[in-house]
Design a protein around this ligand. Structure first.
Ligand code: NAD
Length: 484
């Protein structure tokens, strides 16, 4: 059995308060997680503060870049350990974790290490009122101690998406992984020590949100900025905590993303694309499409084709060959998702497929499995269409005109992502301009160039991360003006 300890100042720190980490495939016990106390979180923040002026701060940019590359190599050397840890925590398919979660988790360090080596700052020569000259130039300095609060759906990938740029910019971090998925953040501590990242630069504190490590970290006055990915409601609580001391936040929050299929779309590609966007990672992707809009001439055919795809998933042990659909992350989350399945039924939705719990053989019958589910026939006002479910499900609504679908797609308090399927260039550009989202994919979904911006409009987030955009949050930009 594993023991998941806190990682503070390069040391493993236990706690007398532990909680269980269970595998959602069969609810078996993976290990015990050591819940950090308020004083241990304080210890981690103090270690991070001290590291800001220690050996880490003395490194030349190239040395920091080299260390981050060594970290990538370190993760790759222990690829199978990371893979195993992530699969046990989440139950996600081996094929997905080995092609997305772990490689991207490592790549995040490489991308930002390379970026920091190449990024310019602005320069403005100016004429001065006395007839002379002056030169302005920007200097970027680390923001300081960054609190990193993470969700459970892509644990390593979303954590390093924040820790990568934070460290590349010279900050130090205290990470609070999700209580559901503590393993890969803990394992990364081992790699940090193996490759020689100075003590205190990367710290991990385990626990929950309220009255636990999440709250202790985000309320800590010596944290200089908080980057958070998770639910919008949690973001509201964290924003209040950050208000004290006027600390900046970077938020990647919830979504209720539209998938829009026009009648002129390449039908097979659109079906394959929406199959991914609705069901990948068992629907537990913030960018996923739980609202699908299909133009009326192809509506019936599309619903039938998506049904066939949903019914062809192989639900099995993550290591079984051909397995491509895992359980939800926990029994608690399954209860929430099944609540929406029930609500859809009660509201009179047509259940095209799924709608319940699949029949799994023992011991997987103890796991957090749900059926991939498709509904039609609900009004746009239904909570099933308005609220984020975060499960493998979607509702499909027919539409007639471009104006109508834009209005329906934008009628939400969220604004994270959209995926649009059409062969008409004009439609593509018009939708790209009209959809009120941070990310709009045309004829694709979750196709990411890490140099581009990532984040949400409206209640889906604050700020943008990715490429140079990450510099806005992870550095302070100082203007130096020299009178010549
Ligand atoms: P969550 O908000 O429940 O938890 C996220 C993290 O916040 C966890 O580590 C949790 O312990 C911590 N937390 C909870 N309450 C807290 C509090 N009061 N103070 C401090 N920390 C607290 O989210 P989740 O269920 O883990 O993740 C799913 C959610 O994340 C979905 O809403 C999804 O859309 C969103 N998400 C968004 C993105 C994005 O990029 N926009 C990416 C992935 C997930």
């Amino acid at each position: 059995m594993n023991d998941f300890k806190n990682f503070i100042n390069g040391q493993w720190v236990g706690s007398d308060k532990t909680f269980e980490n269970r595998n959602p495939v069969d609810n078996s016990l993976i290990g015990l997680v050591h819940e950090a106390s308020a004083s241990q979180v304080d210890e981690a923040v103090r270690a991070a503060r001290a590291a800001l002026t220690g050996p880490w701060a003395q490194l030349k940019t190239q040395q920091r870049v080299d260390l981050l590359h060594a970290l990538v190599d370190g993760i790759e050397r222990r690829f199978d350990d990371f893979l195993d840890a992530e699969i046990k925590d989440t139950g996600k398919p081996h094929v997905l974790a080995s092609h997305v979660d772990i490689p991207r988790g490592a790549a995040n360090f490489k991308v930002f290490a390379d970026l920091i080596r190449n990024i310019p700052t602005e320069t403005f020569p100016m004429d001065t009122p006395d007839g002379g000259r002056a030169l302005n130039y920007g200097v970027r300095t680390p923001r300081g101690v960054i609190g990193v609060v993470c969700p459970w759906n892509l644990p390593l990938l979303l954590m390093t998406w924040k820790v990568g740029p934070a460290l590349a910019c010279g900050n130090t971090v205290v990470v609070k992984p999700s209580e559901e998925t503590p393993a890969t953040a803990t394992l990364l501590g081992e790699v940090m020590n193996e490759v020689g990242i100075p003590a205190g630069v990367y710290n991990v504190v385990h626990g929950f949100g309220p009255d636990s490590a999440g709250q202790f970290l985000t309320e800590h006055p010596d944290v200089d900025g908080i980057t958070f990915t998770g639910e919008t409601g949690t973001g509201e609580v964290i924003m209040k905590a950050a208000a004290k001391g006027v600390r900046p936040v970077s938020f990647e929050l919830g979504g209720k993303n539209p998938g829009i299929v026009f009648a002129d779309a390449d039908f097979d590609k659109a079906v394959a694309g929406i199959t991914r966007s609705a069901f990948e990672n068992s629907g537990q992707v913030c960018l996923g499409t739980e609202r699908v809009y299909v133009q009326r001439p192809i509506f019936e055919r599309f619903v039938q084709a998506l049904k066939e795809k949903a019914e062809s998933f192989k639900l099995a042990d993550p290591y079984e060959k051909g397995m491509n659909f895992g359980p939800l992350v926990s029994l608690v989350h399954r209860k929430k998702v099944l609540g929406y399945y029930e609500k859809a039924r009660a509201e009179g939705a047509t259940i095209v497929t799924g709608g319940g719990v699949p029949d799994m053989p023992a011991p997987m019958d103890q796991g957090a499995w749900v059926q991939p589910t498709i509904w039609t026939g609900l009004p746009e006002t239904s909570p099933v269409i308005r609220e984020e479910i975060f499960g493998p499900c979607c509702h499909i609504t027919p539409f007639d005109t471009e104006e109508e679908v834009i209005a329906m797609a934008n009628a939400t308090s969220y604004g994270l992502a959209a995926t649009v399927w059409t062969q008409d260039l004009g439609t593509a550009h018009r939708l790209g301009a009209a959809l009120n989202v941070g990310l709009c994919w045309i004829n694709s979904w979750f196709l990411r160039d890490l140099r581009t911006s990532f984040g949400g409009a409206k209640q889906s987030g604050i700020g943008r991360e990715g490429g140079v955009h990450s510099m806005e949050f992870y550095t302070e930009l100082r203007n130096v003006c020299i009178k010549l």
